[in-house]
Design a binder for this molecule. Structure first.
Ligand code: HT7
Ligand code: ZN
Length: 873
């Protein structure tokens, strides 16, 4: 397969100003007519008279130029393109194409496809070329008019982008609806939906007084699960006006929820298409964390209307321009809506567990990649989450007001354009009169930087010496120093903030800029040697190394005024204890509980702090994946055993406290989604999870009672998880009754699969195999594949990495099966093997054997080939 390089970018030779589309929709034989108003791009660098349009899996019916049908010799057709040998270079011209597509055969879910009984599209990144031949690249922006024709009974609802401009009936029981989008857009933002859909309607009045109609379309049985999505949409619209001064620009905003979707959602102009998982919620079917994700994804897609649609990407290497920025915006929104402290911890936890692993492995790439085989493989944690961290660092360095000025200039300067990451940074520079030359390296260098800090204190003066380095990544053996903002503060011996002088100014907190490979920072006027609190709020996506003893970590856990660093100190403390236990396990020594940790947890349990979600996070143990990421050779069994030992010893030493806090916060409630109720459930269920570790009849009874009496999904699934991850004798019965209760709710059935796939009990692999045969399992439904195959391979290290290689063989078989059905999902699943170098030699051999088996598969998709071959390299 061919590699595409950023360095080879050239402007398009032609532009398409207007597109008129007509669809005669049918499950198996949809006729597409496309009329394109084309003209030569004045910026073209080529002298060729030919016009090449991308197109895949299309059946050509006819093509004409300025109304004249083209003969076979006038054009060349390949599997990927249609080239018209000679087109006018000196004047605009019209191309009319007619072609046929088969949505039912489209299991890859790219282009026009069938989801349940509805027809829908997914065009990002390059799906439009599966609808008709086109200049399918984001720097070609066109105004679209779309006429949809279909059977009125089967497809009563016909939607596309923009405003509805006409509708009518036709003979043969058919009808038509026409749509016009007044905004020029790249074809990846095109969408259509047709089906038997109901909708929930509301409206929003913008800051300038315009009334916007809001409509959420779902299948009839889901109409009662749209309230939270609608409220989230209105909150997001208000938030973007208040925080960024950005107002919605069409009169209508539609969201459609579909069962079959490769990702979370898609920001098509005026017509977002969503995975049902990120729309549907009712307290009895969705957990608090589902509610949070829905709010975040609804916000994310809405925010794209400006950061992505009004200002879009010049080419796909610039993906982080819209994704990193929009993730940052949705993180801010979610933090503002709930608890900024909790949101920041959750985001960093995910980044460090999963993106840091990507950045340290064979698939590491900069947030602005330089080459790809299949662009769909670059919708990564690096582009999204690390991309958001890079935008966050700009926010930290420029301050909220300076950042806003930069955004204002960016949107004003580039409205209606397709631009680059460079344009974004330049707007930040110009609006603030600063120079960000070195900062730009974050866009081009891959890998997680390491900061090593040493401290020296003498006569009221603290000197911090910080060294930065970054390990080699594929094609980048050497790294240059980055511009790293380090937010810091100091604690006095009594835990209060210590004041200090930095560069002549007195303060309690400062942000310093690390720019050299090694740099010294001097802080003066301290009355005693303080305890340093570094990288507050996780001010840069780096690994921090600083020598601290457990007592110092426990001190920070008790007193740090920075909520992130307080939690971080607890995580460091537990990690250090777990690594000590791992060493004991490996050396065959007896394990003993650590009293420093027990006392720290006792204090957290006794604390009456108001933010219960935050308290629950303080009680959480680092997950096995995060711990593995810090070991030279991952020892899956020892990690699991050591972590479980800590859980059990805390539960044993503090069982009365866990019971008390559980009882204090347990309520029989139907489950409303407000911060205090969410916090209550979160803290109570954290306690339940510890109590489960005791494997005692009364803790079994506690979990079972909660399971049977729960009236909200958060409590029900937490209790079921406690039952399933123990030797509770009612396990089979509880699982069975849960399935019977929820078998008609696809998203709840997904939870049922995931719970079993991620279980740490010994029978898990056999269960996973038998679940593959369950009538509810379906390889053509991405949510179902993710809930079983994805959950097992990515969230169950203990069983996926079983020494006998069964887990690896299982995953490779599934990847090979999925390769022909849905290459995008298949490629995502290969990710389970990417970290093979971090394991012992036996496991390395087993994993590489499976990766080779995948690479040698006949008819391998570009998607799977790229991930599997790069993983092996
Ligand atoms: N911008 C959207 C990306 C997306 C996507 C990409 C590839 C294949 C399928 C896809 N579905 C959605 C989602 C987002 O980041 O908002
Ligand atoms: Zn996005």
């Amino acid at each position: 397969p061919q590699t595409v390089y950023l360095k080879d970018y050239t402007p398009p030779d032609y532009l398409i100003d207007q597109v008129e589309l007509v669809f005669e929709l049918d499950e198996q034989r949809t006729l597409v007519r496309a009329g394109l108003d084309v003209r030569r791009n004045p910026d073209s660098r080529s002298a060729s008279e030919a016009l090449t349009l991308f197109g895949e899996e299309l059946l050509l019916v006819g093509i004409s130029l300025d109304g004249q049908a083209l003969a076979a010799g006038d054009y060349t057709l390949s599997d990927e393109a249609l080239t018209i040998h000679r087109v006018p270079g000196d004047r605009p011209f019209r191309i009319d194409i007619e072609n046929i597509i088969d949505p039912q055969a489209n299991t890859a879910l790219e282009g026009l496809y069938l989801s349940s009984s509805m027809l829908c599209t997914q065009c990002e990144a390059q799906g439009f070329r599966k609808i008709t031949w086109f200049l399918d690249r984001p720097d070609v922006m066109s105004r679209f008019t779309t006429k949809l024709i279909a059977d009125k009974t089967q497809y009563p609802v016909l939607l596309s982008n923009g405003n509805k401009i006409g509708a009518g009936n036709l003979d043969g029981g058919r009808h038509w609806v026409a749509w016009q989008d007044p905004f020029a857009k790249p074809c990846y933002l095109f969408a259509l939906v047709a089906g038997q859909l109901e909708y929930v309607a509301d409206e929003f009045t913008t800051v300038s007084g315009r009334r916007i109609a809001l409509e959420i379309f779902v299948e009839a049985h889901n109409v009662d699960k749209c309230g939270h999505a609608m409220q989230s949409l209105k909150n997001a619209m208000r938030w973007d006006e208040e925080t960024y001064g950005l107002e919605y620009d069409l009169d209508l905003y539609m969201i459609v929820a579909v069962d079959h979707f490769n990702m979370g959602a898609m920001e098509n102009k005026g017509l977002n298409v969503f995975n049902t998982k990120f729309v549907l919620a009712r307290p009895d079917t969705a957990t608090d964390s589902d509610y949070e994700h829905i709010e975040g994804v609804i916000g994310h897609e809405y925010f794209h209307n400006w950061s992505g649609n009004r200002v879009t990407c010049r080419d796909w290497f610039q993906l982080s321009l819209k994704e990193g920025f929009t993730v940052f915006r949705d993180q801010q929104f979610s933090g503002d809506r709930s608890s900024p402290a909790v949101k920041r911890i959750e985001d960093v936890n995910m980044l460090r567990t999963r993106q840091f692993a990507e950045d340290a492995g064979p698939l590491a790439h900069p947030i602005r990649p330089e080459a790809y085989i299949e662009i769909n493989n670059f919708y990564t944690l690096t582009v999204y989450e690390k991309g958001a961290e890079v935008v966050r660092m700009l926010h930290t360095l420029l301050g909220a007001a300076g950042f806003r000025q930069g955004c204002d200039l960016y949107f004003k300067r580039h409205d209606g354009q397709a631009v680059t990451c460079e344009d974004f940074v330049k707007a930040m520079e110009d609006a603030n009169g600063v120079e960000l030359t070195q900062f730009r390296r974050w866009y081009s260098q891959a890998g997680t930087p390491v900061l090593e800090v040493e401290q020296a204190f003498d006569a009221g003066r603290l000197t911090l010496t910080v060294k930065q380095s970054c390990p080699p990544t594929p094609n980048q053996p050497e790294k240059l120093p980055l511009h790293v903002p380090i937010k810091l503060g100091f604690l006095a011996a009594d835990g209060s903030p210590a004041r200090f002088q930095y560069r002549g100014e007195f303060c309690e907190e400062a942000t310093v800029s690390l720019t050299e490979a090694e740099q010294r920072f001097v802080f003066e006027s301290l009355t005693e040697k303080p305890i340093v609190s570094l990288l507050r709020g996780f001010s840069a996506p780096v690994t921090l190394k600083i020598d601290r003893d457990p007592e110092e970590l426990a001190f920070l856990l008790s007193y740090d005024s920075d909520t992130f660093n307080r939690w971080e100190a607890g995580q460091q403390l537990v990690s250090r204890i777990i690594f000590g236990l791992i060493a004991d396990i490996q050396a065959g020594r007896t394990l003993t509980a650590n009293p420093v940790l027990t006392e720290a947890f006792r204090a957290i349990l006794a604390d009456a702090g108001a933010d219960l979600s935050y308290r629950a996070l303080l009680l959480s143990l680092p997950d096995e994946g995060y711990l593995g990421g810090q070991m030279a050779v991952v020892d899956v069994e020892a990690i699991h055993q050591a972590r479980e030992f800590v859980r059990l010893s805390l539960a044993t030493a503090l069982s009365a406290e866990f019971q008390r806090v559980y009882a204090e916060h347990h309520q029989d409630e139907s489950g409303c989604f407000d911060a205090s109720a969410v916090g209550r459930r979160r803290l109570k269920n954290a306690c339940l999870s510890y109590l489960t570790a005791l494997e005692k009849p009364d803790s079994y009874a506690l979990a079972e009672t909660q399971f049977r009496s729960a009236r909200n999904m958060t409590d029900q699934i937490a209790a079921l998880s406690a039952v399933v991850n123990s030797r509770n004798p009612t396990k089979a019965d509880c699982l069975d009754s849960f399935y019977r209760q929820w078998q008609r709710e696809a998203l709840v059935v997904d939870k049922w699969f995931t719970l079993q796939a991620t279980c740490h009990m010994p029978e898990t692999f056999a269960t996973v195999q038998s679940l593959m045969q369950h009538p509810a399992f379906d390889m053509k439904t991405p949510n179902r594949v993710r809930s079983l195959v994805g959950a097992f391979s990515q969230s169950n290290p203990l069983h996926f990495h079983a020494r006998n290689g069964d887990g690896y063989r299982f995953l490779a078989d599934r990847v090979i099966e999925l390769n022909t059905l849905n290459p995008q999902i298949a490629a995502r699943m290969v990710g389970g093997f990417a970290q093979w170098r971090r394991y012992d030699t036996d496991r390395q051999a087993l994993m590489t054997r499976e990766l080779r088996r995948i690479v040698e598969t006949e008819h391998l998709s570009k998607d799977v080939y790229e991930i599997a071959s790069k993983s092996l390299a």
